[in-house]
Design a protein around this ligand. Structure first.
Ligand code: DGJ
Length: 456
């Protein structure tokens, strides 16, 4: 008996010792994993206080703002370049976080999570297909009282580009989606199609069509689309114009041009409150930007001024708040993300001043990479206090561009924000807040039975 009990004791003793050592080992392992690659709690995830004035924007809780820090060897010293490499490496461990798979796609056909934006998730249209409207913009059409989202349909295979390290998709055309609530999108089809046979046509499929934007001309009753037109080498560098009598097209392609004789790459159009419209376009290999007032019919450029001279910025997204003009831009790094900047001007023709990086929340690396996305458009947020906007950006997926994602986030402007010292002019503050999920404060039209109309 004694022998049995003492051997059992010995046995229990060794089990405990090994168990204890095993536990220590597991703790050590977890610690190592944490240190070497995956998610550490983020000390910068606190929600900024200066957002309080927008309490009625249905913002996610602080819990939702928790953002992983990708801690990997060298990150602290290389200023994030390593992370950029990981972003570009399709096999890297950060990919599942940056490009979540289809299991948690935003699907408006399902009732749960209604109206919530999840930046970076696959977003399905009402047919259950991923939305194809990259590099896009939104038009609110007062006639149909609907929102239209236009963008690049990139639903084709990604091929090696003619320029080294710059993959591309053949032109499919400009996709158009309509919505009453900015969340549920009906596919209206391809409103400007690629040209399949005529190799000399601007829209011939092996060319480039990027960043289409549509504005409505009250005087002519026409919807006018401006877009970046290029060849596969990106050395045509032109801007194209198309026109339609309906927001859902079809759009007739008119022509392309090198505005004012300059090369033109990333671009956007902005329609001011008085109906005057402007074209912003990058020139001199993106070194300078130009802004030009459009003719009354929006089909031609008129006078031009240089802005952001020598600044090398891309992806302009222009908006206005209380008589001041703002613009978000990106740096120039192909499909890879980089730091956004916000610029401000009293006159749309300049001078434009740089305010800095508007990204807030998450962690530094993600703020410095615009939450792994690139600006494309800024839309006044319906139902929210003045100065609240929706920032629209693209999270490009270079090896499979059709699976690029959308990053929509709240943006606020505080015009009485701060002055550098007493008596100095007040500097406005523009902030784009990271949210894992968020939704627009829906103010619905009371006389609309569908109760789904968002009032702009
Ligand atoms: C960045 C631009 O903003 C995009 O529209 C596209 O032209 C890519 N570069 C191509 O690398």
């Amino acid at each position: 008996m004694k022998r049995i009990s003492s051997s059992r004791n010995r046995c229990l003793w060794s089990v405990s010792v090994f168990g204890f050592m095993g536990c220590l080992y597991c703790i050590h392992l977890l610690f190592m994993i944490n240190q070497s690659l995956v998610f550490l709690p983020d000390e910068t995830s606190e929600f900024p206080n200066n957002h309080d004035h927008n309490d009625d924007v249905d913002l996610a809780s602080e819990e939702e703002l928790k953002f992983p820090t990708f801690s990997s060897t060298g990150l602290a010293t290389d200023g994030g370049a390593n992370l950029l490499q990981k972003f570009l490496d399709k096999d890297s461990e950060i990919r599942t976080f940056i490009f979540p798979d289809a299991t948690n796609a935003i699907d408006p056909r399902k009732g749960n999570d209604q109206f919530y934006y999840y930046p970076g998730r696959i977003w399905l249209d009402l047919d259950g297909n991923p939305i194809q409207a990259h590099g896009g913009g939104i038009l609110y059409d007062k006639i149909s009282r609907k929102y239209y989202w236009y963008g690049e349909n990139k639903n084709g295979p990604t091929k090696a580009g003619l320029i080294k390290d710059l993959p591309r998709v053949d032109i499919v055309g400009v996709g158009c989606y309509s919505s009453n609530d900015l969340w549920t999108w009906k596919n209206e089809g391809i409103v400007l199609k690629a040209e399949e046979t005529n190799k000399n046509h601007d829209l011939y499929k092996t060319n480039v069509l990027e960043r289409p934007k549509v504005i409505y001309n009250e005087e002519t009753g026409k919807y006018v689309m401006w877009m970046h037109i290029d060849n596969g080498y990106y050395n045509k560098a032109a801007v194209g114009v198309a026109i339609s009598g309906s927001p859902t097209g079809p759009f007739s392609y008119l022509y392309s041009m090198n505005p004012h004789g300059f090369d033109s790459r990333d671009m956007t159009v902005f329609k001011d409150d008085d109906g005057t419209a402007y074209l912003f376009y990058d020139s001199l290999h993106n070194l300078d930007m130009h802004v030009s007032q459009l003719s009354r019919d929006y089909l031609h450029v008129t006078n031009v001024v240089k802005i952001l001279v020598g600044k090398h910025r891309e992806a302009p997204a222009v908006f206005k708040h209380r008589a001041m003009y703002y613009m978000i831009t990106s740096g120039c790094t192909g499909w890879a993300p980089n730091e956004a900047l916000v610029h401000v001007a009293e006159s749309i023709m300049g001078p434009w001043e740089v305010l800095g990086n508007p990204c807030v929340g998450a962690n530094k690396i993600f703020r410095d990479a615009t939450f792994f996305s690139q600006s494309t458009f800024v839309l006044p947020m319906p139902g929210a206090p003045p100065g609240t906007f929706v920032f629209l950006a693209d999270r490009w997926k270079p090896e499979d561009l059709r699976d690029s994602r959308y990053v929509w986030l709240p943006l606020t402007v505080e015009q009485e924000a701060y002055s550098e010292s007493p008596g100095d002019p007040v500097i406005p503050e523009v902030s784009i807040y990271w949210h894992k999920r968020w939704k627009i404060p829906y103010k619905r039209s009371s006389n609309d039975s569908s109760s789904k109309f968002l009032i702009p």
